[in-house]
Design a protein around this ligand. Structure first.
Ligand code: NAD
Length: 341
């Protein structure tokens, strides 16, 4: 089969011929139809310090996918050959206290496909049946291929009650934009999204009914005044990983405000803790998706009018994967989807 692998310790990924994976008794074999390129894949492509520390050479990369089940392990029940599916890319153990309490997304032994284990940038993927998420007919393969990052957005957005609240999202990358759409869908009052990249703010305004703010040229306080907000935002979602964005969020939150943090800062970064204490701010770190509550909620919302389709800005046949990675690396696209045919 074709597979996109990290075979050399340098910039790039390489298309290889690999054997179709053999599945164990509790696994399924998925024929991949579409995959999404994630920021993590760009780190692996660039072979930055994190990637060099984390990813074993030779690994088949990729973790955002939609496909079709073509083989079932002998113990697998409740799934069928021909079933369209996506799946949770975090593989968990059943040993930890968290897993045994059903909090699978908090399992410290989590391993990621396409990061630690063989990934989805291939014609076939072996996945534990436990991780498979069947796709209803209403969710096509393009959307199925980006449920993983949509799940990050949903997990973050549903961290706090948003009904009637004023929400600030810092970072209009694909996940911030999708989180904005989710916040509108569940009933937030104003949703303001910031970035320093005008292309991305323009895309955010196409995907969701939001107020885009370019913090290089606009004053967030003036925007708040225009929206008749008196004390600041009730809820913040940090989706940039940028220190200045987090500082700005803390400054613009109400007393008792809540922040859900998905963005990953590049290293240790200073935080003005006294501001957090005196403003009585609640800060929640968000990792991955809740397994499987996030999946349940996001599919239900997609079936009930949540529309994030325009966040997919580019589609390429997989043989043009280099073009897809170049578009992503340029930093102004939304989601880029590769078609495996
Ligand atoms: P992205 O890199 O595509 O988008 C980040 C955006 O933040 C960019 O558009 C950038 O221009 C913007 N930005 C930079 N400085 C800013 C500032 N001062 N104010 C406002 N915006 C600013 O990322 P993405 O793929 O949308 O993911 C969002 C974040 O979530 C990233 O940090 C990513 O690493 C992280 N992430 C975390 C998890 C998790 O499980 N915690 C999972 C996936 C992604």
């Amino acid at each position: 089969m074709k597979a996109l692998a990290k075979t050399k310790a340098e910039i790039g990924l390489w298309m290889e011929h690999r054997p179709v994976p053999e599945i164990g008794p509790d696994d399924v074999l998925i024929r991949i139809r579409k995959t999404g390129i994630c920021g993590t894949d760009i780190h692996i492509w660039n072979w930055d310090d994190w990637a060099a520390r984390t990813v074993p050479l030779g690994l088949v990369t990729g973790h955002e996918f939609a496909g079709e089940i073509v083989e079932l392990g002998r113990n697998v029940t409740g799934l069928a050959i021909g079933q369209r599916c996506s799946g949770e890319g975090h593989l968990i153990s059943n040993q930890s206290r968290q897993s045994r309490a059903g909090k699978f997304h908090l399992d410290p032994a989590t391993r990621g496909i396409g990061v630690n284990e063989q990934g989805a940038f291939a014609q076939y993927l072996s996945l534990p049946a436990f991780n498979v998420v069947p796709l209803p007919d209403e969710i096509d393969d393009d959307i199925g291929a980006i449920l993983d990052p949509l799940g990050n957005a949903v997990h973050t957005a549903l961290s706090f009650d948003l009904v009637g609240e004023d929400v600030l999202i810092t970072g209009a990358g694909p996940i911030g934009i999708m989180a904005a759409a989710v916040a509108r869908h569940v009933g937030a009052r104003h949703v303001v999204i910031t970035d320093v990249n005008q292309d991305r703010l323009d895309l955010a305004a196409q995907v969701a009914d939001v107020v885009p703010v370019n913090v290089l040229t606009q004053d967030l306080r003036e925007v708040e005044a225009r929206l008749k907000m008196k004390q600041g935002f009730d809820v913040g979602m940090e989706m940039s990983g940028n220190q200045a964005a987090l500082d700005q969020m803390i400054e613009n939150l109400v007393m008792g405000g809540r922040i859900a943090m998905l963005g990953i800062p590049p290293g240790k970064s200073p935080v003005d803790w006294s501001r957090i204490v005196f403003k009585a701010i609640t800060l929640k770190g968000v990792y991955g998706r809740e397994i499987f509550e996030t999946w349940y909620k996001m599919i239900a919302m997609l079936e009930n009018g949540l529309d994030i389709r325009k966040v997919i800005t580019h589609r390429f046949p997989v043989d043009q994967f280099r073009d897809g990675f170049e578009v992503m690396r340029a930093g102004s696209s939304g989601k880029v989807v590769l078609d495996w045919g």
